[in-house]
Structures are given as C-alpha cells and as structure tokens.
Design a binder for this molecule. Structure first.
Ligand code: BDP
Length: 565
C-alpha cells in the first residue's frame, strides 16, 4: 500500500477514472465470503451506491457492521499513462482489496485515502475490483468500540451498537474510488512549506520523483529546483483567501514528463505566549465542530451537502470549524481553502483509553492515521492546527506518554502548525504538552443542567484557572446543548430552542471577554445520528444549531446576529 501519493488529477500527463456509481454488494454476517471465494466475484449481489454508507441504503442493514463485499469492473481506455493505481478516499473501517482475484493488500482506518499499484495485475479488457469492508467494533481499533461502558474504557454510556464515541458507526466505501494513471518515474509526493520574508515569501517544495530536474512556477515566477522566491506576497487569510496556483513540473532528458497543479496559500501560523497568530495577527476563531452525516448517504455525504454545510457555516458568520472526529472529505478542505475558513484537522482517534485490551495496537494505529492525515492535508492553507485526539482518557496512567508521543509526532512531521487534542478531563495533566489548549466543556448541559448563569460563571472560572496554570492560548473546541427542533419554553428549559440559544449566548460572551481565548466552537453545526442510547432521543444528537435536514434553529439566528454584526 502507498500512503501519501498525490491526490489524483487529470492533465496532459495524468488521468483519473472515477468509479462512483452502482456497485455489486453483499453483506457477509457469517464472515464466510473469503472461504467461499468472493474475492473472485460476489455471487447474488445487489446494487449499492458508491460513495455512501451501506447502513441506510440496504433495507434492514442499519446495524450491520460487516463484513460486507463490494464489486465493480472497469476497462482502461487505449490512451492511458504508464502506471495505474486505485485510490480509495475512505473505506470505513478495514478494507481488503482484490484485483482480478489477486489480493493487493489492506488498509485500516476510515476517512483517510489509500492507494494500490495495479500494475502487475491489470488485464486488457475488463478488470474486476473486489473490496471486503469490515466495520465491526473492537477495542484494538481506532476509534475503539465493542466494550461495555466503564470508566476504564473512557466511556460510561451504553450505546447500541457499542460505540465508545457519540456518532453512528456508518460503514462502507464512503468517498470516491478512483483509478488513475501517472507517468513512469513521475512526481510522487509534494510537501510544500511557505515562509514569509519581508514583503515577499519563499515557497519550498520537497518533492519525491523519478525525473532529473524540477521546475516550480507561480504565475510569472519560475524557478529551477525546489525553492521559489516571491518579491511581493499576497497573503492568504480569512479576509482575503488568495490562492496561488503552484505548478510543479518534472523534466527528464530535457523534456517535461509530468506536471502537478497545487493551489497554495501564503500564510504563517504561530503561537506566541497566550495568543494564536495568523500572519502575525491574533486569531479569534468562531465556528463549529462539524460531523459528516446526512440521512441515507450516512457518512458518505454528497458534495452538495458539503457545499451546503459550509454555506450554512458562512451564513452564521463563522470563520472556522474542526473536522470532528475524523478527517473530512477533501472537497470540504477545498472549500475551506477557497473561502478562507480556518480548520482544526482532527484524526480518527476519538475515545482513546489507556488500559488493555488493545492498548499497544490502538497507539500504533493512532500514530499511523495521524501520519496519513498530515500527509493528506499538509499543503492546505486552511489547516491551522492538528488535533491528535478527541477526549482521550488523559487522567489514566500511561495517557501522558501516549498523548505526548502523538503530539510530538505531529510536530516532527509538520513543525509549521500547532498540535493539540480536545480535552474533557478536569485538571488535564497533559495540557502542558499541547501548543494550544483545546477544551470541550458542557457546563449548562451534563454539568449544571438547566443553570445557565452558573454555567457561565463556572466556565469563566475554569478558563481563568487553566490560563493561569498554562499561559497558552485556549480554544473552546466544544460547548452546547441539545435542542429538539420545534420545542419551545419560556423561561428557557433544557431541550428547547430557547435554552440552546441562551446558553450559547452566555458561554460565548464569557469566551469573548478573555483575550487569551483564541476561539470558541459550538457543538455542533447540524444534528447528527448516533447509536441508540437513553440520552439520544430518536437516535440523534440534537446539539446542532441546524437540524439534520439543515434548517436553522433559534440558536443559528443568535449566532448570526453575534458573528455577522
Ligand atoms: C463530547 C464529544 C462529542 C459528543 C458531545 C455530546 O466530544 O463527540 O457528541 O460530547 O455529548 O464529549 O454531545
């Protein structure tokens, strides 16, 4: 398997064939498919849309977590580049891939792309691609699951299916599957670093390739080699999200043999004392934690939903979001780059706990997924920080070492961005290892339910104490209240739209009054599906300020009023 090869694009040297459409599909609840030879073709399949989760497409399959098998076939056109790969945008959770009956390999972890070289197994004419996807919940997976609720496992609520996280474990091929062709010895990996220098900027591209000379172009500026200097730089920022089309060209024997177009943004992110700076100016993030979730398509949200979500986010006046609790579709980040939205990019490591079973393996996978995320998103100006985990059980013995390892790995792989994790642990001992302190706080909901004023004072005291101790910028990564759409109460009462709006008003005021709070994210943009639990009416988390079908609740209007004016 290849990680980190370039996202496919079509140009004179490269070609993409998108396999989105209807595939053959069959659930395999007895896990008998491998022994019965389904890798060579699925008997008695039915049709399913790819991309998309299988849980709501297939009647009765809501809680089926696999394994399940997918099959399609494709034929390459005559004019096709020398080397051929398949790329899966996201297979949740474990995918085993077969081409014409030959096993190409497997990939573990949802929401991150992976590729296989099809070379030796390709045939003229039709090629059959079969994928086995397994989304069962086990303690040694990331995120973990399959355990009874217990403080040791970091989760005390009973869900069915047994997730140790608060979102539905949608399964399947949830993003595009693409066949793509690239030239022999072409560009393989591009990692761009930008540094501002006076009025100008230096763009350095670290490139893996099989050619003998490299050329970078940015508009009229051309440079041979891996570095390009701009005398005047127009910076990327939320106010002016200016993207520069960096063209990387590869030469061999005096001829251009490959080319890649990468839109980049010139900007800097730094932590200075208790401030988070973008291009030297203090940032105040306002926005949301966002899930990828929609009826029927599940976690495989169509691009139309991605566009609409980011439109809604901008409608409220937000300037940022966190990709909770896993990497979001590349199209979401394309939009963020274009619109100047600031992104905290999170790995799939939600619900980490630091006891057996599965301890060592979870850590290995978490490190691996972090690496894959950074590889995928490192060239994006919108991404301003890495979140290596959400709500790990950071008070447990061993947590400090494991989380430090994740944070340090992020900084080693990418020294240009702060690293953090979203913490729920009171007096979290690991915060000192984060560049920015990120806090999830549920005052006024799980703690101090129904008590808006006390919730605001508690938040104020908590923020001041943490600032006093750590002297770092603090980002509130989550706060909120469930509001069942259409539920009203005066005086405001839990579960009503009034309560959600009033609580957010108060908590945001507390955050805004503190200059060391570099931002606040409301949990969450839209209502989303969860596994079944006594605290999740209708199998939904209602903390969205928009409904699951994307209509504004009262809180959305309040936020718009606050953030737009
Ligand atoms: C936080 C989690 C988030 C949940 C939220 C909630 O980070 O995934 O959805 O609580 O309970 O603790 O609504």
């Amino acid at each position: 398997m290849h990680v980190g090869v370039l996202r496919p694009q079509t140009n004179t040297f490269r070609t993409v064939l998108d396999l989105s459409g209807l595939w053959e599909f069959r659930l395999d609840p007895d896990d008998a498919g491998a022994a019965e030879g389904w890798a060579d073709g699925i008997p008695d399949g039915r049709l399913i849309a790819v991309p998309g989760s299988w849980n709501e497409q297939i009647a009765g399959a809501r809680d089926a977590l696999g394994p399940a098998w997918y099959e399609t076939s494709f034929e390459l056109p005559r004019a096709w580049p020398a080397r051929t790969f398949v790329r899966f945008g996201s297979a949740d959770y474990l995918a085993e891939v077969f081409l014409n009956g030959e096993r190409l390999g497997e990939h573990e972890g949802g929401q991150l792309p992976f590729t296989f070289d099809l070379g030796p197994n390709l045939r003229p004419g039709l090629n059959r691609l079969v994928v086995r996807v397994d989304r069962r919940l086990f303690p040694d997976r990331v995120p973990p699951g399959g355990l009874p609720p217990s403080p040791e496992y970091g989760y005390e609520r009973e869900f069915n299916p047994r997730t140790s996280f608060d979102f539905f474990p949608y399964a399947g091929l949830q993003r595009a599957v693409q066949i793509y062709g690239v030239p022999e010895g072409g560009l393989d990996r591009i990692a761009v670093a930008t540094a501002l220098a006076g009025r100008g900027a230096v763009v350095s591209a670290s490139v893996e390739h099989g050619g003998d000379a490299l050329r970078l172009r940015l508009g009229d500026v051309v440079s041979d080699g891996e570095e390009l200097r701009l005398a005047e730089a127009r910076l990327w920022s939320p106010a002016d999200p200016h993207l520069e089309p960096l063209v990387v060209e590869l030469e061999r024997g005096g001829e251009i043999v490959d080319r890649y177009l990468l839109p980049i943004g010139l900007r800097s992110v730094e932590v200075e004392g208790d401030r988070l700076l973008l291009n030297g100016q203090p940032l105040r993030l306002r926005g949301f934690g966002r899930h990828e979730d929609f009826p029927v398509s599940g976690r495989g949200v169509p691009n139309a939903v991605t566009v609409s979500d980011l439109e809604l986010l901008r409608w409220t006046g937000a300037n940022s979001f966190r990709t909770a609790h896993y990497p979001h579709a590349e199209e979401a980040l394309d939009l963020a780059d274009r619109y100047g939205l600031l992104v905290i990019a999170e790995t799939p490591a939600v619900g980490l706990f630091f006891y057996e079973p599965g301890l060592e393996r979870r850590q290995e996978i978490a490190l691996c997924l972090l690496e894959e995320l950074i590889e995928r998103d490192r060239n994006r100006p919108s991404v301003i920080a890495w979140s290596v985990a959400n709500e790990p059980a950071s008070a447990q013995p061993g947590a400090g070492q494991a989380l430090r390892e994740l944070l340090e790995r992020a900084r080693t792989l990418d020294p240009s961005r702060p690293a953090t994790f979203a913490s729920i642990t009171p007096d979290d001992p690991v915060l000192e290892h984060c560049d920015v302190v990120a806090l999830n706080r549920y005052f006024g909901w799980y703690e101090l339910p129904g008590r808006i004023e006390e919730a605001a004072s508690r938040l104020a005291a908590d923020l001041d104490a943490i600032h006093e101790r750590h002297h770092k910028p603090i980002l509130l990564t989550e706060m909120g209240a469930d509001a069942i759409p259409g539920t009203h109460a005066d005086p405001a009462e839990m579960w009503s739209e009034e309560y959600q709006a009033a609580l957010l008003d108060e908590l945001l005021r507390v955050a805004e009054e503190r200059p060391f709070v570099c931002g606040a994210h409301v949990w969450t943009l839209c209502d989303f599906k969860t596994a079944q639990a006594e605290h999740r009416p209708a199998g939904l988390n209602f903390k969205g300020v928009f409904t699951r079908d994307r209509h504004p609740k009262l809180a959305a209007w309040h936020l718009r009023e606050r953030w737009k004016s």
